[in-house]
Design a protein around this ligand. Sequence first.
Ligand code: F42
Length: 145
Amino acid sequence: MSEYIPSPRQWVREQVELYESSGGKEGLTLRDTGLPVIIVTNRGRKTGAVRKTPLMRVTDGKNYILVASQGGAPKHPVWYYNLKADPNVEIRDKENVYKMRVRQVTNPDERARLWKIAVEAYPPYQDYQNKTNRIIPVFIAEPIE
Ligand code: F42
């Protein structure tokens, strides 16, 4: 087992702690939006440490759509690079934990379809895209059979 290194951001760290320590019964939404969140567990590409990243819950059938928006910041979040380096993740969705593999969606038609679903689930994603020059990366996470 590798070491777990919590997020340096307090609100993110606290959400992960509550979500995980309650076994997926508490801390399930983004602040007071009422909108659901998942926890992605992945590996740091340099440290090899376990990292946990809360993201909005966006689904496409059994798959999850992961949007590297970081509030429309000019740079990709660090977890983007971690997922590119090691695509094997665990996703906790409330009380369920799934082993999944992620891939960045680069096909324009596929990305457009998934982006629409993501914006329907969490409309601020579109505001974030409008305010940044980068194209916000979209991953699809698929169950490992
Ligand atoms: N972020 C999103 O991008 N999209 C979402 O839909 C989203 C939803 C969401 C909901 C609830 C919530 O609590 C947070 C939410 N966030 C969402 C924020 C998200 O959880 C992340 O905090 C945010 O995207 C920033 O990700 P980040 O990976 O850039 O995190 C920073 C603050 C961070 O942890 N930095 C670490 C540090 O120490 O500075 C880096 C840790 C790391 O991964 N290091 C790597 C390693 O090897 O361990 C090496 C990295 C390298 O390449 O240098």
